[in-house]
Design a protein around this ligand. Structure first.
Ligand code: 0PR
Length: 357
């Protein structure tokens, strides 16, 4: 059988993953057979996880934050909802039949998984007319059984940043936890003016994924909590391991993900990520202008993600030409300007678009 090789990144415009930084790739390979789920046996990778969390905590504006490297944003979001459910409204256990989570309609589908797995009711509020959460609409859904109020800092479809301070206020009025999903945006937002992290609002938990804009190898997500009592909600006794308890959802975990996350942040925070943020945003702005010039309706790229109306014929022709492009739920073309997407690539893409007859 012929040995398979992965796809090239050169025409991938639809992914929130990217080529790992060379140091992250090397670290992933080196730590392939280690298990951070058993920190007393695999001490080095456990140290690297502590380093990675310290770096993530700094990036998210709260050096004392605690957390762990998850398998991705989905696990981090599920676990944050689990903390909220187990805390209950007003910090006590849930007394009603079903606790609920209030979120904008733009939340990633991982929250639907979380609600399903945890037996929570997910209430989603309509967005404002620029694809952002509308705190007034959200407040109508909050009641005495609300355990979490969620905001997105870098939404999956349109790259929007919700008004996090207003969402945190809503959560604290409801005595519910405030969770921010910065899975994708977290490595870009420190170089913008947005309010999104612990230092900007009373956030309790936050998702930030090294395997997206952090340039780490897959799988490396991140869950952060403001204080250890929150993370302790997840602790399960592990009687036969030397470590007493485990907060992660998965048991055996990828040492490759952990080591690569630590290596990527060691290499790139802050200057490398700043340079990346500037380059990716400039590329998104360039593409938005190029599409606009050609008469397509473009959604202004607040973060490096460009959405535009594109007729099916053009879309299909570009797919046919090998471009990996995707659509939003409402049918817009969606291009994520990840670090592997160069200006040259975008020029070729636009040239191919111009060729469609
Ligand atoms: N939160 C947000 C805001 C996300 O955008 C995503 C993933 C998640 C949570 C979940 O993260 P994990 O996929 O790490 O569990 N957003 C991308 C999406 O659904 C994931 C993705 C990545 C899709 C690479 C395609 C791809 O090639 O579009």
């Amino acid at each position: 059988m012929q040995r398979a090789s992965p796809q090239e990144f050169s025409r991938v415009l639809s992914s929130m993953c990217t080529e790992p930084h060379p140091a992250a790739r090397a670290a992933a390979e080196e730590f392939l057979a280690t298990n951070p789920g058993d920190p007393a046996t695999y001490e080095t990778v456990a140290d690297l996880e502590r380093e990675a969390i310290t770096a993530l905590a700094e990036i998210a504006g709260h050096p004392d934050a605690v957390g762990y490297i998850t398998s991705g944003g989905t696990e981090a979001n599920i676990q944050a909802m689990r903390i909220a459910r187990d805390r209950g409204p007003t910090g006590g256990p849930v007394t009603s039949e079903r606790a609920n989570v209030v979120a904008p309609a733009s939340v990633h589908f991982s929250f639907h998984k979380a609600a399903d797995v945890l037996g929570l009711e997910l209430r989603t509020a309509p967005l404002d007319d620029d694809y952002r959460a509308d705190p007034d609409a959200m407040s109508e859904l909050v009641d005495g059984d609300t355990v979490a109020v969620v905001g997105v800092a870098g939404s999956t479809e349109y790259g929007r940043v919700d008004p996090i301070p207003a969402i945190a206020d809503l959560a604290s009025e409801a005595e519910a936890l405030c969770h921010v999903d910065a899975a994708w945006g977290g490595f870009h937002l420190p170089f913008t003016e947005h309010d999104w992290q612990f230092d900007h609002a009373a956030i309790d938990t936050l998702t930030i994924d090294p395997h997206k804009l952090g340039q780490a190898a897959v799988p490396a997500g991140g869950l952060l909590a403001r204080s250890s009592d929150l993370l302790d909600e997840l602790a399960i006794d592990t009687p036969y391991l030397e470590s007493a308890s485990q907060a992660s959802l998965t048991g055996t975990r990828s040492g490759a993900g952990v080591a690569s996350a630590a290596a990527a942040m060691d290499e790139l925070w802050p200057d490398g990520y700043r340079e990346q943020a500037e380059r990716c945003q400039a590329n998104a702005d360039w593409l938005a202008a190029a599409l606009d010039e050609r008469g397509y309706d473009v959604v202004e790229p607040e973060l490096p993600l460009v959405a535009a109306t594109l007729p099916e014929r053009e879309f299909d022709a570009l797919r046919e030409a090998g471009w990996r492009i995707a659509r939003t739920a409402s049918g817009d073309l969606r291009i994520v300007c990840m670090p592997h997407v160069t200006r040259e690539t975008l020029r070729e893409f636009v040239t191919d678009l111009d060729r469609v007859e």
